[in-house]
Structure formats: C-alpha cells, structure tokens
Design a protein around this ligand. Sequence first.
Ligand SMILES: Cc1cc2nc3c(=O)[nH]c(=O)nc-3n(C[C@H](O)[C@H](O)[C@H](O)COP(=O)(O)OP(=O)(O)OC[C@H]3O[C@@H](n4cnc5c(N)ncnc54)[C@H](O)[C@@H]3O)c2cc1C
Length: 398
Amino acid sequence: MEAYDIITVGSGHNALVAAALLARAGNRVLVLEKNDKSGGFVRTEEVTLPGFKHDLYATRYPLFLISKAYGELEADLRARGLEYLNTDLPTGVVLPDGRSAILSSDLETSAAEFDRLSPGDGQALADLMGEFGKYAHKVFPLFSLDLASKEAQVLIGELMGSGKGDFAPFAAEFMQTARDVLNDRFRSPVAKALIAPWVPHLGRTLDSVSSGFDVSLLLSALMAGGMPVPRSGADMLVKALARIVTDHGGAIRCDAPVDRILVERGRAVGVRVKDGDTYTAGRAVIASVNADQLYLKLLADADVPRPLVQQAKRYPYGLGCVQIQLALSKLPDWPDDRLRAGEPHLLRSMEACALAIAQAKNGDLPSEPTLSVDVPTQHDPSRAPRGMGCVRFLELPA
Ligand SMILES: Cc1cc2nc3c(=O)[nH]c(=O)nc-3n(C[C@H](O)[C@H](O)[C@H](O)COP(=O)(O)OP(=O)(O)OC[C@H]3O[C@@H](n4cnc5c(N)ncnc54)[C@H](O)[C@@H]3O)c2cc1C
C-alpha cells in the first residue's frame, strides 16, 4: 500500500490545477486517471490527417485565464511550455443573409459596433456592463469559493440584500432570463444573435431562471479573457500542469480507475483502484468527478447522508452536442474578415437558437442548427501544415 498526502480521483484540468498547487506546496501527490491519458476533456489528437492537431473537446477557456489559479501558476506553466495566443476580437456572428457583427475586448469598440447594428444598442451594452461592473468584484470570487462557506455567504448576502432588510436590485436582475435581458436591452436582432449562443455554452437555456445573469457574466468574461488557445494544442495546458506535479515529486497514473474512496470515522483516508491496489492519503482525497459517481459509487461503502444520495440520484446531465473536426487545405474565407480571430457562431437568430434548444430538450434534432465555428489555426499556425488549418464545428446545444 503506497502512502501519499493527497490523492486526486481523475486528471481533468481542474484536478491537475489542485494537484499542481498542492505538490508545489510540498505535499506528496498522486493523480489517478481511468483513461489512457491525463487531461479529461482537454485532449489533442491528430484525428483527421497526420500533422493536424485537433482539440477533441475543450479548446478555449477565457475564464481560466482570469482565474486566481492561473494567476498563481502562470510563471510555472510558462516555464513548462504553455503559451496562450489571444485575440481582442473574441467572438462574432454571421446570419444566413450575410449580416455579421463582432464583439471586441474593448468596450468602446463593441459599443460602436452595436450602434452600427442599431443606434442606441451601444449605450445599452455600456449600461449593462457598467451595472455588472458594480457587482463583478463580489460575483467572480464566488467561482472559487465553497458556497456554503462563511466568506461566500457574506458575498451572497451583500449581492442579494440591500442591507436594510429588503432585496437589492441584483436579486431581481438575477432572476431574469437571458431572452428577457436580450429583448429588454437590445433592438438589433444581430446583437441578440451575437450574444445568445454563448448561454448554451454554459449548458443553460435562454429561458432558464437567472440565465439573464449569464449574459453579463459571459460578456464580461469574453471581454476580459479574450478567446485564448494554447500554442500547439489545448493539451499543452495538461502537459504543463502534469510537469509541475511530477517536478515536485508527485505521480500521475493512467489506466487506473478508482473504484472506492476508503473512509474511516467519517474521513477519506485513501482509495482502491479497480485492480485491487490501495493507496492511502494522509491529508485529503480530491474527487474531481461528477457528483453522482462520487456519492453513489465511489462512496458506496461510506455513510453518506441520505439527502446527498437523493440529490446525487437526481444529478442533471446537460444537453449533448455534435462536434465535427475537419482538416482544411486552406484557411476559410470569412464574409467579414474580423471574424477570423475568435470563436464566431452561425445562426439565424436568438429565437432560432432558443428553438434548437427546446427541440433538443424534447428529444428531437434541431430543425436549424446553431453552430460554433472554431478555427484555432487562424492564430496558431503550428497546429497544421503550412497554409492549412483545422476547424471544429460544434452544434449547440452543448
Ligand atoms: C465537445 C466539448 C467541447 C468543449 N469545449 C470547451 C471549451 O472550448 N472551453 C471550455 O471552457 N469548456 C469546454 N468544454 C467543457 C470542458 O471540457 C469541461 O468543463 C472541463 O473539461 C471539465 O474539466 P474537469 O477537470 O472538471 O473534468 P474532466 O475534464 O471531466 O475530467 C475528469 C477526469 O476524471 C476521470 N475520471 C472519472 N472518474 C474516474 C475514476 N473513477 N477514476 C479515475 N479517473 C476518473 C475522467 O476519465 C476524466 O479524465 C467542452 C466540453 C465538450 C464535451
């Protein structure tokens, strides 16, 4: 039985970030991954033709670049080969009739673009971002806090309450749907179609409660984070994180599916993998897996509180998506050259996007697709032979 301080179940990039920080802090870390490679949904393979590097799942993570974890690890990641290539035109849209628009990282440029689409929409965008700006310093920390912690509860209380016993304006805005926010704020159908498809990227519908909040959140993340891709493939992030772990004495084992988390007196003390080997964890076991697997399978022998088991049984999986990877003999010709840089969408309208989600939720194939078009080779030529490219079409809902 091997002994470690920390064991992570799974090696997705979230687990690897934790493993890297903990290994760097002096802990003996073991990462156990059931697949043949670490990285989870961050994986790069030559799946079409030799020399064409395709990100099989996640490619771009603007929120990671503005996270506390990236801030803490940036120098170590760079030293191990991770380099982000970014753009100040993170996204855009093309409608079937050829109308197009872009979003810029620069608010003034975006506002001018929105005014071009419909006079007044520029001010509407500036107002929306200005209002969110008042809350952003309380909202973003919540992403890296335990929501049941005192610190998080203070922030949530401040966001939701006025301090005088009634609700703050944020509370009312938080309950709006994305469709309501887009219709209330903007007149241009092109502006609405530019923003709408980002909501299903979060696994949400345009009519989900509080999806209106996603609109401000997404715009703010896209403007602050851009649309970064790692040079040479998304798995450069995984490789760099894994090297931090191993450079600090940690170990990563693939083909090692964890079967049980071992619990003694209410405390996780180790894990057992499928072949029967066990490993002890003196300080913590970090399960970076879905909640249903954690509570129903990995902790099946432990005394898990009944409400947690019930919730795990109802764990909701998001909508699926269809993805097509192509090797290109030349880079695409865009009807609007500004769309070359980021991750634009092709769709008819916000309403068509909402309909596609509703059809998918009904179990039908969408009658008209909302497509995200990602051509990372447009700013990372190293992913394909000279002059050629890779494209990923992602049909939302995702
Ligand atoms: C097609 C597609 C495209 C996407 N594109 C983007 C994008 O461009 N940008 C973005 O931000 N997000 C994107 N996402 C979402 C993103 O991939 C995920 O949110 C992210 O990868 C989750 O990371 P994670 O570290 O939490 O877990 P995961 O990546 O899910 O990793 C979990 C790991 O745990 C392992 N594991 C599970 N159970 C066990 C076990 N019992 N024992 C050992 N190992 C186990 C799994 O094999 C896996 O390797 C996309 C997702 C898909 C499917």
